[in-house]
Design a protein around this ligand. Structure first.
Ligand code: GLY
Length: 500
């Protein structure tokens, strides 16, 4: 099992394929080849110019059925040995079941439709956690979203007891279905907005008269940390390094004007990662979850990605952990800095599929910090677009100084980007256009905070000096790309709080 494919269209897909094909394990001599199934039109051209050893397999469209057909075909021709589907929608839409029906079940990492509710139905997942004894919010209820008096009473009681409530549309919502309520004044507005956003989906699924399930959780606080866990078919598991995700579009707390996005950057390790925390995540979350998955008959080689709130003591040691949601895929962009700190991604995928993860430890570049910055479409454009994550202008030409990036050791990962072979130019396709990645080594005696600050400044300088830009239609000297400048500064904040 040496030709490992990653199926999807975003940055993590091509980056994981690249890491699989290039990182060298210190313990395994096996060579792996990384393959991208589908990708975006910019990716093969990037690979060609940068001589990335990544192979591309196309699909006719973006549906799970077409992905499955391309995979079955490539597997039957021995061009692909194993596949990791990246976006959750492929799993919800049954890609694993389709490969299973073709006799290729042991070649695909991920949960089948039966198991995908863990991410795709947050209410069922809560009941699973309750049964399994996995710690979650101190109180939660599932109510009928149409029953406003019930929603109101629940929110008021959680605001009183826990300082807030979270309303969650429980089905697939691309990370946008959770709405936080911190005070009574916001209840009606937040409720109305959620109903406006999901009324059509509810109607489609349950009709006008049926119950519209809505999850309401008591607010939790603490440090948010997610854990990427590879699980094998026997239930052995390995927790990969952590990363801190930056979901808010701008610095500061989430609000109406600072929305939660798909993620605008990530840094690995999370500044609060400790061996005790990894142990706690294993004992309190992975162990009971995998036992429950076995009992439910849904255990398969897969990725689980629980998002948690962690409580700490005054020396930064974890005292408690609670799950806020469980995803069943790699995070974007968190998977990028995580993969860049791994030497044996290919062996870990192989181990998950073969049931040998008990013998394969993640080989982590423990002395390195990896930073990933998303370059998103900024405001402006022919229709006065607001920019990511709102409306985005597309089709504008990218200007990139590949020589500079090579010299500086910065990796540019294309995402929402196309390539025009006639004009020989890359073009923006809106949203998160590209990612900048770089690692830095923290040498013995060096201050980790300063190393991260240098790394951050290096990536910011590349953008400030216009080494990568999307040329705005209205301003040939400008740059449509935008980014968050505070990514990574939480290392300094953590050091100040805990005076390390
Ligand atoms: N960055 C958040 C996610 O992938 O779920």
């Amino acid at each position: 099992m040496k030709r490992i494919a990653f199926a999807g269209t975003d940055g993590r897909t091509v980056l994981c394929a690249l890491v699989t094909g290039t990182a060298t394990s210190e313990h395994h001599s096996d060579a792996f080849e990384g393959i991208v199934v589908r990708g975006t039109p910019a990716m093969p051209e990037f690979s060609r110019r940068l001589q990335w050893p990544v192979v591309f397999v196309s699909t006719r469209s973006n549906t799970a059925k077409e992905y499955a057909e391309a995979l079955i075909d490539a597997m039957n021709r021995s061009e692909i040995d194993a596949v990791v589907p990246m976006p959750e929608t492929l799993l919800f839409d049954g890609i694993v079941d389709m490969l299973d029906a073709a006799g290729l079940s042991d070649r695909v990492m991920g949960l089948s439709r039966d198991g995908a509710f863990i991410e795709g139905d947050k209410i069922r997942c809560k009941y699973l956690c309750r049964k399994a004894g996995i710690p979650v919010a101190p109180q939660w209820r599932d109510v009928d979203a149409k029953d406003y008096p019930e929603v109101l009473a629940t929110c008021l009681s959680y605001i009183h007891a826990h300082g807030g409530a979270v309303l969650k549309y429980p089905y697939s919502a691309g990370g946008k279905g959770a709405r936080i309520l911190l005070n009574t004044w916001d209840i009606r507005d937040v409720y109305d907005t959620l109903m406006r956003d999901y009324r059509d989906d509810y109607r489609r699924m349950f009709g006008k008269k049926g119950t519209w399930p809505l999850l309401i959780e008591a607010r939790m606080s603490g440090v948010e940390i997610s854990f990427t866990i590879f699980v094998d078919k026997a239930g052995h598991y390995r927790i990969l390094p952590t990363a801190m995700d930056y979901p808010e579009r701008f610095a500061g707390p989430a609000s109406k004007d600072n929305p939660i996005t798909g993620g605008v950057g990530a840094i690995s390790p999370h500044p609060m990662e400790t061996p005790e925390l990894m142990g706690m995540a294993g004992e309190r979350i992975a162990d009971p979850l995998i036992r429950a998955m076995k009992a439910e008959g849904i255990l398969r080689p897969c990725v689980i990605y629980p998002g948690c709130f962690v409580s700490l003591d005054a020396s930064g040691r974890p005292t408690d952990i609670r799950v806020c949601e469980i995803n069943i895929r790699l995070g974007e962009p968190e998977a990028q800095p995580i993969a860049r700190r791994l030497r044996n991604l290919g062996a870990l995928v192989q181990g998950a599929l073969e049931g040998t993860l008990d013998r394969i430890e993640p080989e982590v570049r423990e002395d390195q910090v990896a930073l990933c910055i998303a370059l998103v479409t900024g405001p402006g454009g022919p229709d006065g677009q607001r920019g990511y994550p709102w409306s985005c202008t597309k089709g504008e030409v990218l200007d990139m100084d590949f020589t500079y990036f090579k010299r500086k050791g910065i990796q540019v990962i294309p995402s929402a980007m196309t390539y025009s072979p006639e004009e020989r130019v890359f073009k923006s396709d809106g949203t998160r256009v590209a990612y900048l990645n770089a690692n830095a080594t923290v040498r013995p005696g060096e201050d980790r905070v300063q190393v991260v600050e240098r790394l951050r400044n290096k990536l910011l300088a590349a953008v400030d000096n216009k080494k990568i830009r999307v040329i705005p239609r209205e301003d040939p000297t400008g740059n449509r790309l935008d980014l968050r400048r505070d990514l990574g500064t939480h290392y300094a904040t953590a050091a100040k709080i805990f005076q390390t």
